[in-house]
Design a protein around this ligand. Structure first.
Ligand code: NAD
Length: 351
């Protein structure tokens, strides 16, 4: 009989339900424990998903339970340290929520620690499994619209929050190319946070990839903006797509692409744990998207085109705010969870 992998979830709020769904629908895994600093969230979540063991301290949970797979579903700034703790406690695999952190140093350390210990770290950029994006990836690889390609990604919800998915999506569709340079612009007139992380109000960026592909990223340029349909352009055609469909238009005419079934997010991780190929969301791959986001902030801070190599550990947005480079007036507010902001403020006072 196949081995059952014991899973534990740290941070039992909204997105943790998706992780619980993964574990509950795969018979090779069982959820043995949950941990959260908020007892109400913990009880409600564990009751709902029938999780037996509950902890207010995730370190205690890791030590007592020794889980094989750990989901890190807490607020952004805590992802690197919890990932590192889980790796050091002996987890075989970790699913970290996006963004990987609030800077580049923490995520780099998390990837290094996991690679050093042979821990399979994946980041939850789950849209890489959506059939529409997978179809675009195949079309581009086949040369259906020529090369290089470009795309204007117009969306809303903050750079770290939604930009992490957008940049990761574009890299996935292009076959994960390296980036060469970034030009970034941001605006932050109010004291805005997103799940406790410093957050800009508007972002505009040009990201250049090896091979000449380019991504224009516009986030929150229009209030309440949310993208519904995307277009990727090539010298020999265009592809229109969203997560569940794709249409290619080239010299052969317009063709709606048949969607192919995809493996599951967790299934691909278990295969990797059991000696199969690397997961498409491996930490080292997601780290590139984190690096690009920090380079966008750095370009806005330095008012320069930022080129590879880029390995500055600190978050340039935080630097700009702390050095008074952004006016950012008024009371602090969080676009998602006020308790996340209170928690982040407490951590900033007591680092
Ligand atoms: N991949 C996706 O599509 C997706 C979607 C939504 C959220 N997310 C990400 O998931 C993370 C959580 O977002 P959410 O909306 O579920 O937040 P949430 O507030 O609903 O849940 C977070 C939970 O983590 C707990 N927590 C925070 N710090 C903790 C700590 N140190 N130890 C234990 N528990 C702690 C909180 O008490 C809370 O219950 C964020 O980083 C967010 O960006 C990803």
């Amino acid at each position: 009989m196949a081995e059952t992998h014991r899973a534990a979830i740290i941070g039992t709020g909204g997105i943790a339900n998706t992780h619980a769904g993964y574990y509950k629908s795969d018979e090779r895994t069982e959820i043995v424990a949950g941990a959260d600093i908020n007892e109400e969230h913990l009880t409600e979540f564990c009751d709902k998903h029938e999780i037996p063991d509950r902890y207010l301290d995730y370190e205690e949970m890791l030590e007592e339970q020794q889980p094989d797979i750990v989901s890190v579903c807490t607020w952004n700034g805590t992802h690197p340290e919890i990932t590192i703790s889980a790796a050091q406690a002996g987890a075989k695999a970790i699913i970290s929520e996006k963004p990987m952190g609030e800077d580049l140093g923490g995520p780099m350390d998390a990837v290094t620690e996991c690679e050093r210990r042979g821990v399979k770290l994946v980041v939850h950029h789950q849209t890489r499994f959506r059939p529409g994006l997978c179809a675009v990836r195949e079309l581009i690889a086949e040369g259906a619209i020529g090369a290089p390609v470009s795309m204007h990604y117009n969306t809303g919800g903050g750079l770290l929050n939604i930009g992490s998915h957008s940049i990761d999506n574009y890299r996935w569709m292009l076959g994960d190319p390296a980036w060469s340079a970034v030009v970034g612009w941001i605006q932050r007139d109010t004291n805005r946070f997103e799940r406790g992380s410093y957050c800009e109000e508007k972002t505009h960026a040009l990201i250049e990839f090896d091979g000449g592909s380019e991504m224009i990223l516009s986030i929150d340029m229009v209030d309440g903006q949310k993208a519904k349909e995307f277009t990727i352009n090539g010298p020999e055609g265009i592809i229109k797509f969203d997560r569940e469909w794709a249409t290619v238009i080239n010299a052969e005419g317009a063709q709606e692409i048949e969607m192919k079934p995809q493996p599951t997010y967790l299934g691909e991780l278990i295969e990797w744990m059991e000696g199969g190929p690397e997961h498409r969301n491996a930490g080292r791959i997601a780290l590139v998207s984190q690096q690009i986001m920090m380079a966008i902030y750095e370009s806005a801070r330095s008012r320069r085109r930022v080129e590879m190599p880029y390995d500055k550990r600190e978050c340039p947005l935080e630097e700009m705010i702390e050095q008074g480079m952004l006016p950012s007036g008024g009371e602090p507010y969080d676009t998602r969870h006020e308790d996340a902001l209170a928690y982040a403020e407490m951590r900033r006072r007591n680092p």
